[in-house]
Design a protein around this ligand. Structure first.
Ligand SMILES: [Zn+2]
Length: 77
């Protein structure tokens, strides 16, 4: 079984509740009522949850973009 070493800088597990699969996609979002314009909140999503997590924030008007996790920068979090 593949052992992934956890890293505080790069959490690697899907953000969906109860899901322990690797987060391959980064759903980048912001709630304009809570966050300043520079702020970028990130949810990681596996292939199965990328659609549901991005839909969830998109319906609320919070979605900024969905990118591969290797394109995240230090400004994201
Ligand atoms: Zn998942």
């Amino acid at each position: 079984m593949l052992q992934l070493v956890p890293s505080a800088a790069e959490p690697s597990v899907c953000s969906a509740k109860g899901c322990r699969r690797p987060g391959l996609h980064a759903v980048v979002w912001r709630n304009p009522k809570l966050h300043t314009p520079e702020r970028r909140k990130v949810w990681l999503a596996c292939d199965d949850h990328q659609g549901s997590l991005s839909d969830f924030v998109a319906k609320r008007g919070f979605l900024i973009e969905v990118i591969p996790v290797d394109r995240l920068t230090d400004a994201d979090g």
